[in-house]
Design a protein around this ligand. Structure first.
Ligand SMILES: [Zn+2]
Ligand SMILES: [Zn+2]
Length: 260
């Protein structure tokens, strides 16, 4: 079994074909997926998707690129949506993204801190989105080391992954690990302890190299990510699947088999 720990089944490209996509994933062994509600308007469809499919769970948060759209009081409804629904397994994605400066950095930081506070109160794990902002995100997370969290879609350097590991982070790898120009990400994968390793697609984005021609990525393709992780770490595909599934179980409390 594999778990796609981060996808966007509500986004254009996947929303229109959810049934097919979930069935295709499950048939290939990708039997659990976490779909992300990335902004307030995205939360209701993410919840509906998680309620509709037993394979799908949800995480709700404000993506840093949407920090400026969240409005004045988004934390109260976010708290209500998370606590009211048993299929919500995490807060996020939230974090810092200086690559796309659609939202100013100060707003991103404020929204990030508010969501970390919420996760702390609710005892939920956090899904972090960090792009071109590792130093600032690390500085913030040093005050929240007691939280369980994943740095999703890791795209940093070996040095940065070391710093995240010191804070106890889980590290999520996407199709980026299969790209020719991603030597740093592959090197980072070598440094992650087995009990901190996760795989994801971030679909509909980032189709892995073997299917890069297929523009709309989907959860079934997390198999390609796991295969590359196995190659990097010198383990079998089955071992990579088992390790990452166990980690998803531990971090998100998913109902998946895990012997450890
Ligand atoms: Zn993200
Ligand atoms: Zn995402």
């Amino acid at each position: 079994m594999l778990v796609d720990t981060h996808c966007h089944l509500t986004y254009v490209g996947l929303a229109e074909q959810q049934e097919t996509v979930v069935r295709r994933a499950a048939a290939a062994g990708v039997q659990r997926m976490i779909t992300i509600g990335a902004h307030p308007a995205d939360h209701p469809p993410a919840l509906r998707t998680a309620e509709k499919f037993p394979e799908v769970f949800a995480a709700l948060g404000i993506h840093p690129q949407h920090a400026h759209e969240a409005g004045a009081d988004y934390i109260a409804p976010l708290r209500a949506a998370i606590t009211a629904n048993r299929r919500v397994v995490a807060v996020g994605e939230c974090g810092l993204d200086y690559h796309h400066e659609s939202a100013p950095a100060d707003l991103q930081k404020r929204a990030f801190l508010a969501q970390l506070g919420l996760a702390d109160q609710l005892h939920k794990p956090v899904i972090l989105h960090v792009r071109d902002a590792h130093a600032d995100a690390l500085a913030i997370m040093r005050d929240f080391q007691h939280l369980s969290f994943v740095v999703h879609c890791f795209s940093g350097t070996p040095q940065e992954v070391r710093q995240w590991i010191e804070l106890g982070a889980y590290i999520g790898f996407t199709g980026i690990i299969t790209y020719k120009n991603a030597a740093d990400v592959r090197a980072a994968c070598h440094l992650v302890p087995s009990n901190r390793l996760l795989v994801e697609t971030d679909a509909p984005y980032l189709s892995p190299q073997p299917v890069r021609k297929i523009k709309t990525n989907e959860p079934v393709f997390v198999t390609h990510v796991a295969r590359q992780v196995a190659v990097e770490r010198g383990i079998t595909f089955e071992e990579a699947a088992q390790i990452t599934t166990c980690n998803a179980h531990r971090l998100f409390g998913l109902d998946v088999p895990c012997a450890t």
